[in-house]
Design a protein around this ligand. Structure first.
Ligand SMILES: NC(=O)C1=CN([C@@H]2O[C@H](COP(=O)(O)OP(=O)(O)OC[C@H]3O[C@@H](n4cnc5c(N)ncnc54)[C@H](O)[C@@H]3O)[C@@H](O)[C@H]2O)[C@@H](O)CC1
Ligand SMILES: [K+]
Length: 477
């Protein structure tokens, strides 16, 4: 089962892999025609009722595969208002090839002429809310015919994210849906058509994974989350890098809490950092009240950068996690305590392969083997894992993804802190699997952009200014 939102992401990833949407539309249209042939007797007439989006486009293609059924193609609305180039090109091809095309300007004009089969290609996964006109009247007209109704992707009027009909919906006898089942089709006779989307368009992180980030136009301060970085002690650069990365990754506010012995140095990396010191030179259980109070005021915590592995510090991490029930990225030395803590927290753990072994996790050289082993281990510990490598593996126990961005220049120290901070900012607003996938993708891509521009020899801090473009794309995209 796949939601409309995820389907749009996968479709964009497929295009980035070199399988463009127009090719997918050709496969979809072909699959629709095959479904029609299964229900139509030789000589039966077929009417295709098409909207102006890509759902309609699928039916324009299908018509070319149904010549022997004298297809009539009804377009709801003016051809100039067809929403996408690929749908328009397929409409123009029908007109030039002199198919029986009819432009329906007013739903009352829709004349279906008693067809044997109706193809409902009005609306698919691009739709939200109840049907508007002319689709509303057209759906009622389709439901009034005696024809066998074949719906394209989803019956028009059914929301492809919730599976609910918000008012009138087409009463379909068959649904031919693409790539994977959609919500709400349980009561229908459904054919899932393989339209040639590579499996890896879903597995590999790609530009489509960024769609979950689209900043709503009415974003108010606070909508993108506040992040607390708990780090520092033996190391000072790590918490500063993580905090700056969280800022670049869109967090509204980032605070660092660290030992007072290093507060000034942490601050020195970036004037804009908000630093909250606690007494002493390393984290211990004495500081837990302070950390808990701060954590409660933030949407996500990044736990670990530069904390070190002093036993007293690890005791404090263990005690904090044991009664924390918020969201946290756990990185570096703090990772080793995760498997033995019983916690209600939602954790995104970001180990490299050595740290994964220290957690009691699996090791595998081949990324496909690692994918399976990490997925099992994530299920075992009950948290999401982002295991760093040439191919990063992200798994939440029920689903898993792989990221291939990044380059050998990124083995330099500090890139893991940037990744943890990015993941923290994303975890404030996204599901852990999406946050981990997107953090890995954007960090690697930022590193690729830096190396493209300036060659190897990058510093972890070079990733920071490259992060926004990697996360949101070019301004003109
Ligand atoms: N995502 C994919 O990978 C693929 C999608 N394809 C097809 O593309 C479809 C999605 O296409 P689109 O995203 O263009 O969207 P749709 O074709 O589902 O509908 C978009 C149009 O509907 C209008 N609309 C939105 N809400 C409405 C409402 N409540 N009442 C009336 N009109 C409304 C919009 O203004 C827009 O013009 C899929 O269902 C599928 O049929 C296939 O061509 C191939 C691959
Ligand atoms: K439809």
């Amino acid at each position: 089962m796949i939601t409309a939102e995820r389907m749009a992401a996968v479709d964009e990833n497929a295009a980035a892999l070199g399988v463009p949407r127009k090719q997918l539309m050709e496969s979809s249209g072909n699959a629709v025609a095959r479904a029609v042939r299964r229900v139509a007797a030789p000589g039966d007439s077929v009417a295709l009722v098409c909207g102006r989006g890509n759902n309609g486009g699928d039916a324009f293609v299908a018509a070319r595969f149904l010549d022997d059924h004298d297809p009539t193609v009804h377009l709801l609305g003016r051809p100039e208002t067809i929403a996408t180039d690929i749908a328009r090109e397929n409409w123009v091809a029908l007109e030039r090839a002199e198919y029986d095309t009819r432009v329906v300007r007013d739903a009352q004009e829709l004349a279906l002429d008693d067809p044997d089969v109706v193809v409902d290609a009005m609306l698919g996964t691009g739709v939200t809310g109840a049907l508007r006109e002319p689709e509303h009247t057209a759906a009622a007209a389709i439901n009034d015919t005696d024809a066998t109704v074949v719906a394209v992707d989803v019956p028009s009027g059914v929301d492809a994210d919730t599976g609910e009909a918000a008012g009138v919906a087409v009463d379909a006898d068959h649904v031919v849906t693409f790539h994977d089942a959609k919500p709400g089709l349980d009561d229908h006779e459904v054919t899932v058509a393989d339209i040639g989307i590579p499996e890896t368009a879903e597995l590999f992180a790609g530009p489509g994974d960024r769609t979950v980030l689209s900043r709503p136009a009415d974003a108010h301060k606070g909508a993108f989350g506040e992040v607390l970085v708990v780090g520092g002690g033996p190391y000072t650069g790590a918490p500063a890098l993580a905090a700056q990365a969280a800022m670049r990754a869109g967090a509204d506010l980032v605070r660092v809490v660290c030992p007072e012995s290093v507060a000034r140095e942490v601050q020195s990396f970036e004037e804009g950092l908000i630093v909250r010191p606690f007494e002493g030179d390393r984290l211990t259980t004495d500081h837990l009240d302070r950390i808990r109070a701060l954590a409660a005021d933030h949407d996500a915590v990044v736990f670990g950068p530069g904390l070190g592995d002093d036993p007293a510090t690890l005791d404090a991490v263990r005690a904090f996690l044991a009664d924390y029930d918020g969201r946290a990225v756990v990185d570096a030395d703090a990772l080793q305590v995760v498997p033995d803590v019983d916690t209600d927290a939602t954790l995104l753990c970001t180990p490299h392969q050595g740290e994964l072994r220290a957690m009691g996790g699996p090791s595998a050289d081949d990324w496909r083997e690692r994918l399976d082993a990490v997925a099992d281990f994530a299920a075992d510990i009950g948290h999401t894992l982002l295991v760093k490598g040439a191919y990063d593996v992200i798994a939440d126990g029920s689903d898993a993804r792989v990221n291939r961005t990044g380059n050998p220049g990124m083995t330099v120290g500090g890139t893991g802190d940037v990744l943890a901070g990015t993941a923290g900012a994303l975890l404030a607003t996204q599901a852990p699997l999406n946050a981990g996938t997107l953090a890995a993708y954007a960090n690697g891509l930022a590193g690729d952009h830096v190396v493209e521009d300036r060659g190897y020899g990058l510093l972890a801090s070079d990733l920071l200014p490259a992060l926004p473009r990697a996360l949101w794309g070019d301004a003109d995209e």
